[in-house]
Design a protein around this ligand. Structure first.
Ligand code: ZN
Length: 185
């Protein structure tokens, strides 16, 4: 895997325990922890792509109600996965981590300006923010790995159909945390 970066999406209090609580998110926490601990040790960039909404954002008003409002506890990364000082945190205001954020310039600046080539996506939800972030990564020419045991959705059906779409549309490679770690060693 060439010039990888880990992107952890929406592992926030509101998405795991709060207003958009997702029981199924609990099972991916230790897997993501293992992956980001390994990556930090290896010097592989770890980037948190976090909802940080204004109350008037379309997602809040037109779809989900208040969640991950900027500056609130609900918008903080869950304590188990707390970003380290060397990690990057990039706020977003829609599903995609790329849409009108600094994510793309950040990725291009890494690896001494050579830029990230492969984005490794984990977090929530398989068929929503992972999917939209994967779309924008694909449009920009990044290779995409989705952490098979590091993404989840509200239901099994959404999760499974979400994974299938990522493969069909964006040629995402589905890999477990252990497979990714083995390939990056
Ligand atoms: Zn949102």
């Amino acid at each position: 895997m060439e010039r990888p970066a880990i992107i952890v999406i929406d592992m926030l209090n509101d998405f795991v325990h709060g207003s958009l609580k997702c029981e199924r998110a609990l099972r991916i926490i230790p897997n993501i922890k293992k992956l980001i601990d390994f990556s930090r040790e290896k010097g592989i960039p770890v980037i948190f792509s976090n909802d940080a909404h204004y109350p008037q954002d379309p997602e809040v008003v037109n779809r989900w109600g208040a969640h991950a409002i900027k500056g609130t506890k609900g918008a903080e990364v869950i304590p188990e996965l707390k970003p380290s000082e060397r990690d990057y945190v990039v706020d977003k205001r829609v599903y995609s981590g790329f849409f009108e954020t600094g994510l793309d310039p950040l990725l291009r600046s890494l690896y001494r300006g050579e830029g990230v080539k492969t984005v490794i996506l984990c977090g929530l939800h398989t068929h929503m923010c992972i999917r939209h972030t994967a779309a924008d990564a694909f449009f920009r020419g990044y290779k995409i790995v989705v952490v098979k045991d590091g993404v989840e959705a509200f239901t099994e059906e959404d999760h499974i159909s979400g994974l299938k779409y990522l493969v069909d549309a964006y040629n995402a490679k589905l890999m477990t945390v252990d497979e990714i770690i083995a390939s990056l060693k």
